[in-house]
Ligand binder design. Sequence first.
Ligand SMILES: O=C(O)c1ccccc1NCC(=O)[C@H](O)[C@H](O)COP(=O)(O)O
Length: 224
Amino acid sequence: MSLLVKICGLSTPETLETALEAGADMVGFVFFPPSPRHLSLELGRDLGRQVKGRALKVALTVDADDATLDNVMDALSPDILQLHGRESVARLRDIKQRFGRPVMKAVPVATAADLAVLPGYAAVADHILFDARAPKDATRPGGLGEPFDWHLLENLDLKLPYMVSGGLHADNLAEALRVTRAGGVDVSSGVESAPGVKDPQMIQAFIRAARATQELSVKELSVR
Ligand SMILES: O=C(O)c1ccccc1NCC(=O)[C@H](O)[C@H](O)COP(=O)(O)O
């Protein structure tokens, strides 16, 4: 299966276009007011229209209530709901049932103990996104450009698609994939010149590096 590449926290038509033209599989939009990437519903609606089926639209929320998710659904009509807060397994089930969209649960990782939640989430979620656990005093639970110890995922046996994120950039994604054997990579800070300011060249370089890694692993498999 081909590697999934997600560019998260897009907030301008220009950088969204760059991500789409460079071949992103998923484009992420943040609806969380404390974030420097937060989108108004109006902008979310416009950016969502711009996608026109060229990638999957992912709506990122943090412990959002039903009214907020109703508004996001109406504005963006996302293909996937990325839940990046402390949503419980029961809440995931609720959201899937009410909104009828696949759910990607972000799992914060700092130590092996953080993986204990996986069986519960795996029973309900459609994708798992591993991200670095944010420090206690952080203003947001993700999008901080910090990696976690990828070796914690080395012996993972998860019967569910999973992506790796947290502090990725064009120069370290190959190693992250080698260690974690994830089916996808997700980036935000690593393609920015400042928090919330996406850089078109960094987006292109990230996607190029991801595709090169993918080609390399296909070649390695075919010479075995
Ligand atoms: O981007 C944010 O500001 C954000 C706010 C609240 C929760 C999650 C957030 N971002 C998560 C992501 O953008 C990605 O899914 C991923 O964690 C990549 O982050 P980064 O380390 O910045 O590449």
